[in-house]
Design a protein. Structure first.
Length: 213
């Protein structure tokens, strides 16, 4: 599958709507997505996008608003791919979607000190090896990103074997509309499942403008 070709440019909030100060300080970076498909792909392809699937968060997420936002966003995307999503232990699913997500502070929002962020109530990486492979600039500054939102989903089979894994991350400023956890969850999940399952080991950069319905 060919890589998604997207323009790497920040999506800025409209000046007329929010004023000049917002336009000079708001930054919405592209979403970088990397996906892996287990080999042999022909066999795996017969298992992806069908059957029942449950959602699991192996790491504690104290922020229930964030947990609910990512649950809803990922469930929607999995349903669109052909899965029947099982929530709240309603039945025993055939497949499992293992979800990890964090938000890491990159720079102070102002001279008053760093922003208190974190999907789980704290900042930091979940240790999945996410990196900025396409060269997104994560430098701070008044018009640069303040936080890096990250999402990883792994789909495993009935025997626990990993069939597919996707990782997405997006740098934004705290004044970006995608600093909101609901907007962030929807954008990261949608980018992660575009052209599912994607190419094995392929990394693409997706502008949020291209995620609009």
């Amino acid at each position: 599958m060919s890589a998604i070709r997207c323009i790497l440019r920040p999506a800025l909030i409209t000046c007329a709507a929010l004023g000049l100060s917002a336009c000079t300080s708001s930054y919405t970076g592209p979403i970088e997505v990397t996906r892996f498909v287990a080999e042999p792909q022909a066999s795996v392809g017969d298992q992806l996008g069908k059957g029942t699937i449950g959602l699991e968060f192996p790491d504690e997420i104290a922020n229930l608003t964030a947990r609910n936002a990512f649950t809803a966003a990922i469930a929607e995307q999995l349903s669109q791919q052909g899965y029947t999503v099982i929530l709240n232990g309603e039945a025993q699913p055939t497949y499992r979607a293992i979800i990890r997500t964090t938000r890491t502070s990159l720079a102070p929002a102002s001279s008053r000190g760093p922003v208190n962020v974190g999907v789980g109530g704290s900042t930091g990486s979940y240790g999945s090896g996410l990196g900025v492979g396409i060269g997104i600039n994560l430098g701070g500054g008044s018009s640069g990103p303040n936080v890096l939102s990250q999402l990883a989903v792994r789909i495993s089979g009935p025997d626990g074997t990993s069939l597919w894994e996707g990782r997405a991350q997006q740098p934004v400023s705290i004044k970006s509309p995608y600093a909101d956890v609901d907007a962030s969850a929807r954008a990261l999940a949608r980018a992660l499942f575009i052209n599912f399952p994607g190419g094995n080991g392929e990394t693409v950069s997706i502008n949020v403008d291209d995620l609009q319905e």
